[in-house]
Design a protein around this ligand. Structure first.
Ligand SMILES: CCCCCCCC/C=C\CCCCCCCC(=O)N[C@@H](CO)[C@H](O)/C=C/CCCCCCCCCCCCC
Ligand SMILES: [Ca+2]
Ligand SMILES: [Zn+2]
Length: 261
């Protein structure tokens, strides 16, 4: 698991071990031992998770560099409210993707009220439980369940319905799973990674921020998964979708306008 903030005391009066040390200790520790967290603008972390990336080492205002508005606010501040902005939308967006992929072979404009209510209820229950029981593993398991539903449905569709979409489906899955592997290594081998960063040149050290790779790879994997969902749905609706590569590298979906058909 990611490290939980080491805290002395509770609430507003609490301080981290690092804050009790004189500023010079911080600098010495950079040479003598794995780089340590520093105090920063946003105060003591109140989030229930604190990732392996050393806090406030690059900027006094940013605890951890990251991506996306919710994730960026969480990593920048390590405040509990911002953590919710990062984590709860994962559940909501994943529920939307589950709905799309399980309802993709329905007529245009059809709405399955039962699925909508089921997924809405799931989202509300997960949110309420997570607001009361601040256990990150609970959120992670709920998210993993939703991703597993997506994986099984995608594998079914690319195996039995549209086999020509196998490459896209399995690329999306592999990229996402590679991100998950790196996320686990970052959590389990944090001390070794921090020690390595102490002796590596800064640019090489930055590449060992595996949580950042998790964000890059899940971002890419999710993008490819959305592309796959769009392909499936528009193929079903006979819109003749085609994956085209912007500048020869970036995959995008091209759908011919209705009057061309
Ligand atoms: C067939 C391909 C499947 C791809 C699925 C794509 C699903 C996309 C769904 C939502 C997109 C949002 C993802 C962005 C997440 C950004 C937020 C984030 O990473 N926050 C972290 C902190 O910054 C957060 O705390 C991390 C939580 C990690 C939870 C780990 C979940 C485990 C995933 C399990 C995968 C199981 C695969 C099972 C295969 C059978
Ligand atoms: Ca950290
Ligand atoms: Zn993150």
């Amino acid at each position: 698991m990611a490290r939980k903030p080491v805290q002395i005391g509770r609430g507003a009066e609490s301080v981290t071990v690092q804050q009790l040390l004189p500023p010079s200790t911080d600098r010495i520790s950079l040479v003598m031992a794995p780089a340590a967290d520093r105090p920063g603008y946003w105060g003591t972390p109140t989030s229930t998770l604190d990732w392996c990336e050393e806090n406030y080492v690059v900027s006094y205002y940013i605890a951890e560099f990251s991506v996306g508005i919710g994730s960026w606010s969480f990593h920048m501040t390590l405040q509990y409210e911002m953590q919710l902005l990062d984590e709860l939308p994962m559940i909501y967006s994943c529920c939307i993707f589950v709905y799309c992929l399980y309802e993709c072979f329905k007529q245009e404009h059809a709405v399955n009220l039962f699925s909508v209510i089921l997924l809405l209820t799931f989202s509300v229950i997960v949110s309420v439980i997570y607001l009361i029981w601040k256990e990150p593993v609970f959120h992670q398991v709920m998210y993993a369940i939703l991703v597993t539903f997506l994986v099984f449905r995608s594998v079914y569709i690319v195996t039995w319905v549209y086999p020509w979409l196998k490459a896209l489906g399995f690329t999306s899955l592999s990229v996402f799973l590679l991100g998950f592997v790196l996320w686990n290594i970052d959590n389990m081998m944090c001390d070794s990674l921090r020690s390595a960063r102490d002796i590596l040149p800064p640019v090489v050290g930055a590449v060992t921020q595996l949580h950042a790779w998790w964000h890059i790879l899940t971002g890419l994997g999710s993008y490819l998964h959305i592309l796959l969902s769009l392909q499936i749905r528009s193929t079903y609706l006979k819109h003749r979708p085609k994956v085209q590569f912007l500048c020869g590298v970036w995959p995008m979906l091209h759908i011919e306008s209705q009057k061309d058909s």
